[in-house]
Design a protein around this ligand. Structure first.
Ligand code: PHE
Length: 340
């Protein structure tokens, strides 16, 4: 009898159903009223008394194990009904790999570039690790001039002539050195400033700057180009206003505000009740800057402008914290346009 018990125990352990219906069949066959276990119990009644203790224990173990095994198998089957179907149904469509989305900074940079390319601007690029000449000196920042402190610069310790560019105006200098007017370039790129990271400032951000040099370029051209940009970027109803400002490389210089696109200029908490949002700096290129790059300032004049991409993206998408752009939190990024 002990062999019969062991044999059944082995079959219980080794049983592998091919479909979930087989589990129930197996249960009836082993544990059912007329099943093998009951047959063994019947046999047990006739066993000699000195064998009863050992065999009784074995039978109990067998019963517990058989019940456990059936329950285990049933649970497994319940968790996988879908998988089994997928394997069986070869006609089901495949699952698509999730697609990424474009980063909001890329979206806005591309949009700015596309708006200015409609005005005839082409893209120019330059190195992120620059020298003093292209970032400061050629742009009319004399040595020791306090305007150098307007932007907190990362210098290379061993050679303070080498630094991380604080603005993409350095690309404009490189363009003026290498091309003859007329020049019409847009310079997107990453810039670096030694600022404490907060919701409103970061040590890495992106700029798009522009430069237009030709004969008879006037402040009116500058204003009209920026108005065109504002309307394309923020909508037909956008208005602009220019406030006098200071940059070493432009004279006169101005700060550009655009009417708040959230409240339409009435005043809200984004524009702090003023109805206006600051979006860029601009001005007529200082003759010293033209001359430093070998352009005749008596024959040619030009304008330049520069804006922060993060800032424009904040205004367009209502992003309240700059740090979100760099954290790569998928929940943030997924809200933007898909790559397709
Ligand atoms: N380079 C300036 C900055 O980084 C922006 C600017 C560009 C201002 C061109 C005027 C003209 O702040």
């Amino acid at each position: 009898m002990i062999e019969k018990i062991n044999d059944l125990l082995r079959r219980v352990e080794e049983f592998k159903p091919k479909a979930s219906a087989e589990i129930e069949e197996f249960r009836i066959k082993v544990l059912g009223k007329k099943g093998e276990l009951n047959a063994l119990l019947e046999e047990f009644k006739a066993v000699a008394p000195e064998m009863k203790r050992e065999l009784g224990q074995k039978l109990n173990q067998l019963k517990t194990r058989a019940l456990e095994r059936v329950n285990e198998l049933k649970q497994q089957a319940e968790q996988q009904p879908e998988n089994q179907k997928t394997v069986e149904d070869m006609t089901r469509p495949g699952s698509n790999d999730p697609l990424g989305t474009r980063h909001p900074i890329s979206l806005v940079r591309n949009e700015i570039v596309s708006i200015f390319s409609r005005l005839g601007y082409t893209v120019a690029e330059g190195p992120e690790i620059e020298d003093d000449w292209h970032v400061f000196s050629a742009l009319n920042f004399p040595p020791e001039h306090p305007a150098r402190d307007m932007q907190d610069t990362f210098f290379i310790e061993k050679n303070p002539d080498i630094l991380l560019r604080t603005h993409t105006s350095s690309i404009q200098v490189r363009t003026m050195e290498n091309q003859k007017p007329p020049i019409r370039v847009i310079c997107p790129g990453r810039v670096f400033r030694n600022e404490a990271i907060s919701a409103r400032a970061h040590c890495i951000f992106h700029q798009v700057e522009g430069l237009y040099i030709d004969e008879h370029v006037s402040f009116a051209d500058l204003k009209q180009s920026i108005l065109y940009f504002a309307k394309e970027c923020f909508g037909e109803n956008a208005r602009i206003r220019l406030r006098p400002s200071y940059f070493p490389f432009t004279e006169p210089s101005a700060e550009v505000d655009v009417s708040c696109n959230l409240c339409g200029g009435k005043g809200c908490n984004v524009c702090k009740g003023t109805g206006w949002l600051e979006i860029m700096g601009c001005g007529m290129v200082d003759p010293n800057v033209l001359e430093a790059s070998g352009i005749d300032s008596h024959k040619y004049s030009g304008f330049a402008f520069g804006m922060g991409v993060e800032r424009i993206a904040m205004l367009k998408f209502g992003v309240k914290d700059l740090r979100l752009y760099f954290e790569n939190d998928i929940r943030f990024l997924q809200q933007f346009e898909s790559v397709l």
